[in-house]
Design a protein around this ligand. Sequence first.
Ligand code: ASP
Length: 374
Amino acid sequence: MRRRDMLLASAALPATAASLGQSGTGGPVKNTVISSANGLAACKRAHEILEAGGDTLEAVVSGVTLVEDDPEDSSVGYGGLPNEEGVVELDASVMHGPSRRCGAVGAVHNIKNVARLAKLVMEQTGHVLLVGDGATRFARTWGIPEINLLTEKSRLAWVAWKQSQRDSSGHTNWTNWLDMPDDAPRKQAQNSLRRQFPEASDELLAWAFSVAKYPPTGTINCLAVNEKGEMSGTTTTSGLAWKIPGRVGDSPIIGAGLFVDQEIGAAGSTGLGEENIRICGGHTVVENMRHGMSPKDACLDAMKRIARNYNGDLKKLSRFDINFYALRKDGVFAGASLWSGRMSHGYMSAPKFAVNQGGESRLEECAYLLERKV
Ligand code: ASP
């Protein structure tokens, strides 16, 4: 075995990983909703709809609508971090198990609830994917209001990002460089931001600099099964911050950011979408379950395919993160991450996913492929 393979193989079986990441009894199916960690409220809302006898797709779409509406979640819907031109550009997909239909939208401007828009594509057209201006015009047909999705918080972060872009001599047109002391470009940028956003707290400015330096991803994927074993899923996102306009990630790609097979189960993903698209992750996870893998093993196998695309080069793999979520038709579920720990704004935390099987939602720890050493 080559050294690189050895590193990957030994990292692939961390001592704690065996017990992490998978739950569910496999007994009589309970109404169950899982999502990425930002979906505690979404799972609760979706579960309430399942309990009331509602459709599984209506449940997950209503759940993620809460996150799309939330200006504080800067990875989804209203308040999402924008593209490099300061325009919030959203992607979403839905799959409905019982009817085996799906719909998706990509690079949509000015429409907040794109999961619902994807559901309309599924219900009202013979198409699967509408993008860009066509998707916005389609929304207009159905009377969906258009709004500016860029909040002041996200605009502040965008300006901080623009000011951080420099040529090789350190020059930027986005600060008053004639006044700038040689050794203090960051201080200068901070002062100029403070003048433009006088209400911004130190904490908000620190967040803006952090997301400018490390462009975050973020998304919500939400999957549901009801007591009859009917399944659906949705994924909705503002995608990668500061992306090139028109960039579409994995979230609206059926088979990558989301896949549901009513006979088997459902899977979805968050994290760097390009890596997921390369392995058709959602479909791969469901196919793995079809061939007998547990939800957890199915996710970890997909993760191994991502690692293999870099020949297990840990340095390259350390530059991104990705997560899979899987819910089998019998109610067994799992979440898995590429890395054991996630760096966010200077802190390391264990990756988690949200679950609701009645009452309050809870967070469970994800299984992981690789152990991150600080
Ligand atoms: N997967 C999304 C994308 O690449 C972003 C994310 O989930 O963080 O657009």
